[in-house]
Design a protein around this ligand. Structure first.
Ligand code: GLU
Length: 448
């Protein structure tokens, strides 16, 4: 019998060999595998049933051409993806990302993360992810609409409220979901609101869905801080990004008495010692779809640093809410040196493995994405419940549910970390708690 370490290395080698060039996918698999050693030692049935090997191979990977015409009549061809990773716990569920950098490896890394994130919710949803290498930046509404219609003309045949339920991610918000839902409805002749989440509230969307990832991240961090006998009150915070995750994380932190002094976009960093004015950020980003540099025009005291590094700004808590691998080991060391005590990953895998290691070794409370940013998909699950019951819930009710879900996720991660020998390590806790549910379901459902 091979020992657990050798077994895990073998699985990893196989994943790398079978998925060449998909670095982000390898990275997320590595991270999960590293946490699972004590689990495999204790539960040999998972090894016998080759549960991890099965989880690392998606149920289905769909790739397709998305042709569309811009406003000048020029034809463009993009590539669309949907990776249906695991439906052991429920229909495939996960967002769509539209960004020029998207390739199969991105979608697989996000889809793999999503399996465990969704499992942590305990609300019966599987894992999947999709997207396209389309860049919505600078496109007109009608260009975005034509792209979404073309994308859905292929994707519609693969999705459904009991099959696979897309939502938003980077570059996909209520506007894009609306265009895709419209095309889906037109092709299928079904008003099936349950096939998409992240819809607008007046036609089936859940209140708080737009705010959910950011709020959820702040709720998760509040729990983490509480275990350290700390709170957001009076704390200086830094939040990277300025999309909807960042914006609503800032909103909640401010409500909890924290001061957020910096945020960013791909152009640079805004630093405002007195605390950021969220209304300005919302206007620039949500209404005008502009650049964060414009913030400095509205507030004299703020400084904009083009291509700046947000992690050099001293803070007590940091929330990377922009994109994968945006915070590396040097950044982590700088944050630690500056006295940062807590990290909450609002984005998916924003910290490199070396950065995570540095935080854990320094005793910084580290909230990994699959737990800390699960608020978005949590409210998606609530949206599905609401749609299934043809109900319409209030903001307060939905927000309360979100809060309770984030508290439960925090407690489950904390308990799993403790039970498997690494108390305080939320990364191990999240991977283990998420994995156990899926693994048990996979075994119960036979060799599929
Ligand atoms: N894209 C979000 C995430 O990374 C939400 C997915 C969903 O709501 O299905 O979890």
């Amino acid at each position: 019998m091979t020992d657990t370490k050798t077994n895990i290395e073998g699985i990893y080698e196989q994943v790398v060999g079978r998925n060449p060039g998909e670095d982000e996918f390898h990275q997320t698999v590595r991270e999960v595998l590293n946490s699972l050693e004590p689990v495999l030692d204790r539960h040999h049935e998972f090894v016998e049933h080759k549960v991890i090997e099965r989880l690392c191979e998606p149920d289905r990977q769909i790739m397709f051409r998305v042709p569309w015409q811009d406003d000048e009549g020029e034809i463009h061809v993009n590539r669309g993806f949907r990776v249906e990773f695991s439906n052991a716990l429920g229909p495939y569920k996960g967002g769509l990302r539209f960004h020029p950098s998207v390739y199969l490896g991105t979608v697989k890394f996000l889809g793999f993360e999503q399996i465990f994130k969704n499992s942590l919710l305990g609300l019966g949803i599987g894992g999947g992810k999709g997207g396209a290498d389309f860049d919505p930046k600078g496109k007109s509404d009608s260009e975005v609409m034509r792209f979404c219609q073309s994308y859905m003309t292929e994707l519609y045949r693969h999705i459904g409220e009991n099959i696979d339920i897309p939502a938003g991610d980077t570059g996909v918000g209520p506007r894009e979901i609306g265009y895709m839902f419209g095309q889906y409805k037109r092709i299928t002749n079904r008003y099936e609101t349950g096939t998409f989440t992240g819809k607008e509230v007046n036609w089936g969307g859940a209140p708080v869905r737009f705010e959910a990832t950011g709020y959820g991240c702040a709720y998760f961090m509040r729990e983490m801080l509480q275990t350290l006998d700390e709170s957001f009150e009076g704390k200086t915070c830094v939040v990277s990004g300025s999309g909807n995750v960042a914006i609503y994380a800032i909103e909640k932190i401010q409500e909890f008495g924290g001061k957020v002094v910096a945020c960013s976009d791909s152009g640079g960093v805004i630093h405002d010692e007195e605390g950021l004015d969220l209304e300005t950020i919302k206007r620039i980003k949500q209404v005008e779809r502009g650049r964060i540099s414009e913030y400095a025009e509205a507030h004299d005291r703020a400084q904009f640093e083009e291509d700046g590094n947000i992690w050099t700004v001293p803070c007590d808590a940091a929330l990377p809410c922009a994109t994968q691998n945006e915070l590396d080991e040097d950044d982590a060391r700088k944050l630690i040196e500056n006295g940062c005590i807590a990290i909450g990953e609002g984005a998916n895998m924003p910290c490199t493995p070396e950065a995570v290691q540095a935080f854990l070794e320094a005793g910084v409370a580290f909230g990994p994405g699959k737990a800390a940013n699960a608020g978005g998909v949590a409210v998606s699950a609530l949206e599905m419940q609401q749609n299934a019951g043809r109900e319409s819930w209030s903001f307060e009710y939905t927000d309360q549910q979100l809060k309770e879900i984030m508290q439960k996720i925090h407690a489950d991660c904390r308990d799993a970390a403790e039970e498997y020998g690494t108390p305080g390590n939320y990364l191990n806790g999240a991977n283990i708690a998420g994995f156990l549910m899926v693994a048990r379901a996979l075994i119960a459902q036979g060799l599929i």
